[in-house]
Design a protein around this ligand. Structure first.
Ligand code: GTP
Length: 368
């Protein structure tokens, strides 16, 4: 059985990181997200995937071309010239499917769910499609799915107001579809599976749901991406626990004197950490990051080549590729810096501020 992995979206909610890195390749514990996705599909017993690509397809194909761990797992690519939406992206992959039932996955879902069980449950029913559901604490940012006692889907409620919440079960972005569903998707135009195809299947009574209680999170926003990174660093999901290291510090990373390294932590190749710096728990430093004397990094993601100057503090934030945080600056509260931007000395960034790639903030120009 194959999967169609939807990875063609622009990832607007995760900007500025997704201006230059597709969501499918953002790192978790210094490994591109796509690696976890392929492990999940293989772990579910699938033998291949079609990647449904649109936005920034080349880096995704390059990553997989250099991945030596496919072990007989077939990967095909269906690239859209213009955005076809979540159902259009599946239709565009049709030539690579072999007329059997198939799995569809939103390419930004990190989950430990039992995919093989979802497939078994689908096959035991007469549904044309089975949606997996997961329960979330605050469902207002998601699409709610109401089901009856036989798990037949009754109703969808998109991003409900707090007083419209009737269930906390939301669409987990993992589906099993019969090939007939492909015939319901018009070709060549943008079509949404959630808004157009599922409601039609529901109206015919042929849409089932399966609830998974396993770990689930999408990495679509800075908050959820950072939370997923914390979870992977803590070994909560996505990693083989047999040889799991809470201190994953590459040997050639250099550490000065009196550096505090607090687990869980991942430090990639070529990093240089100066004297008296503290790299706090649940942080991931990409390749060739440089941390200055006495700087503090806690609960954050630093992408490759990021630089934190002496005395600067980074907490619960995401620092883009080759970005630089100047002396004594503070970046906290889910701030996100785009690639190559420079935060001058003494600035304070907070409250989820996002700085676009290449922007230069002069010294002491921002304070929260
Ligand atoms: P936002 O712009 O932040 O909403 O992110 P997104 O573009 O990823 O959209 P969303 O999270 O709604 O999409 C869910 C999944 O479908 C993601 O894995 C997307 O990459 C994928 N997706 C969204 N739109 C398209 C599309 O037009 N074509 C393809 N092939 N995939 C898509």
């Amino acid at each position: 059985m194959k999967a169609v992995v939807l990875v063609g979206g622009q990832g607007t909610r995760l900007r500025p990181i997704t201006f230059d890195t597709p969501k499918a390749l953002v790192p978790l514990r210094n490994r591109p997200f796509m690696g976890y996705m392929l492990d999940f599909l293989r772990g579910g017993g699938l033998d291949g995937a079609v990647l449904s690509l649109g936005y920034l397809p080349d880096p995704i194909q390059d990553y997989l071309a250099n991945w030596h761990d496919l072990r007989g797992f077939d990967v095909d690519y269906a690239v859209e010239e213009h955005a076809l939406g979540t159902a259009g992206g599946i239709k565009n992959a049709e030539e690579y499917l072999d007329g059997d039932p198939f799995v569809v996955v939103n390419g930004d879902v990190l989950t430990g769910m039992d995919l093989a069980e979802a497939i078994r449950i689908h096959k035991a029913s007469d549904a044309l499609a089975t949606i997996t559901l997961t329960s979330v604490e605050d469902p207002t940012a998601y699409g709610l799915v109401e089901v009856d006692h036989d798990m037949v889907v009754q109703r969808f409620i998109e991003k409900p107001a707090a007083d419209e919440v009737t269930t906390n079960l939301v669409n987990a972005g993992v589906y099993v579809l019969e090939p007939e569903v492909l015939g319901m998707i018009p070709a060549g135009r943008e079509v949404s599976i959630e808004r157009e195809i599922f409601p039609e299947l529901q109206a015919r009574g042929r849409l089932m749901a399966h609830v998974s209680s396993s770990y689930w999170r999408d990495i679509g926003t800075p908050r959820s991406y950072l939370a997923a990174s914390h979870d992977v660093l803590s070994g909560a999901v996505g990693t083989d626990r047999t040889n799991f290291e809470y201190m994953d510090v590459k040997e050639d990373a250099s550490c000065g004197k009196n550096v505090k390294l607090l687990p869980p932590l991942s430090v990639a190749e070529g990093c240089e950490i100066s004297d008296l710096a503290t790299i706090g728990g649940r942080s991931a430093l990409g390749r060739n990051c440089r941390i200055g004397r006495g700087a503090v990094v806690e609960g954050s993601i630093l992408l490759d080549g990021a630089r934190v100057d002496a005395g600067a503090v980074i907490r619960g934030s995401i620092i883009g590729r080759d970005a630089r945080v100047g002396r004594g600056a503070i970046v906290r509260g889910l701030s996100v810096l785009g690639a190559g931007c420079v935060v001058g000395e003494g600035n304070v960034l907070d409250q989820g501020i996002r700085v676009n790639p290449g922007v230069v903030l002069p010294p002491r120009s921002l304070r929260f």
